[in-house]
Write a protein that binds this ligand. Structure first.
Ligand SMILES: [Fe+2]
Length: 170
């Protein structure tokens, strides 16, 4: 049985509605990896970008709970600096290529100016099929030196979410 975007959306919606987050994160990760193991899912939902299309594409946005299923397809190097996702959680699923992900430890948080001081914690490689949950407030930085296809589930559309000002402490 193929696993489709519709299937994924229904599974995520049910988990969010019944278990809430972050309690349901492991289960959502399971379904994201199920999608990543289905080559047709990747072909259908994470196609090459053409004619100046943006790497980011919102495949589905849930109007009741706000979660989004997004496809990110980078045909070139994509280096991300340390960031959080504001008030949202996110799940990253690597469909193809590799991401060198670094997690950052929060040393100090100043709520008045939204500055968060961080120190490097650990770096790991995400390979095709790997899925990670990043809870609200988590700080990370992805480095992609070669083309990648990613599935990202967002608690809320990250286009509309204000991020913290991250300051790296050395
Ligand atoms: Fe991120």
């Amino acid at each position: 049985m193929p696993y489709t975007l519709d299937d994924l959306v229904q599974d995520i919606r049910e988990i969010i509605n019944t278990e809430k987050m972050p309690d349901g994160s492991d289960k959502i990760c399971y379904f994201v990896s199920k999608a990543l193991m289905d080559q047709n899912f990747i072909t259908d939902n994470l196609p090459d970008r053409v004619n100046g299309e943006l790497p980011r594409q919102i495949l589905y946005e849930d109007k009741d709970t706000g979660f989004c299923v997004c496809g990110h397809v980078h045909d070139n190097e994509a280096i991300g600096s340390p960031h959080d996702h504001g008030t949202s959680w996110a799940i990253y699923g690597q469909a193809s290529g590799e991401t060198e992900m670094t997690d950052w430890e929060i040393i100090e948080k100043n709520n008045s100016d939204n500055v968060v001081n961080v120190k490097q914690k650990k770096t790991y490689i995400m390979k095709a099929g790997d899925v990670h949950f990043y809870d609200v407030g988590h700080v990370h930085s992805p480095v992609r030196k070669h083309p990648v296809r990613l599935l990202r589930i967002e608690g809320a559309n990250l286009d509309n979410i204000k991020r913290s000002n991250i300051r790296v402490i050395t």
